[in-house]
Write a protein that binds this ligand. Sequence first.
Ligand code: 5GP
Ligand code: ZN
Length: 124
Amino acid sequence: MENCLFCKIAAKQIPAAVVHEDEDLMVFKDINPAAPVHLLIIPKLHLSTLSDCKPEHAPLLGKMLALVPQLAEQHDIAVAYEADGTPARGYKTLINSGPDGGQEVYHLHMHLYGGPRPWRGMRT
Ligand code: 5GP
Ligand code: ZN
């Protein structure tokens, strides 16, 4: 897709701090992080929004989500359990869709936020 920022990052025409790449996905650090860890998980395939996804995209969407535990481990934000079983650490995944959803870049992406709080602009 011409003139799509994230397509250009996926094609390595624009630099990004890439932390993972495979045949379908790319993961890079958000340029304006809202949390100590703030990654963007994108499909290499151009899909503008989640609303443009069809049932045939389910494996790709599943792959994006299924990558999160591995990324969380690598960035030390995975959920851990205290000796008494209380959960600690953790992260948030978020897909903004359309103007009312707060989407600014129209190439599907999932945010992965984590690390010690506070995080910018998020109370929960
Ligand atoms: P959205 O609001 O569309 O869900 O989020 C877009 C995200 O892309 C924002 O968090 C913004 O900081 C990030 N972003 C925008 N331009 C660039 C860029 O050129 N490189 C990187 N790494 N992130 C970007
Ligand atoms: Zn694109």
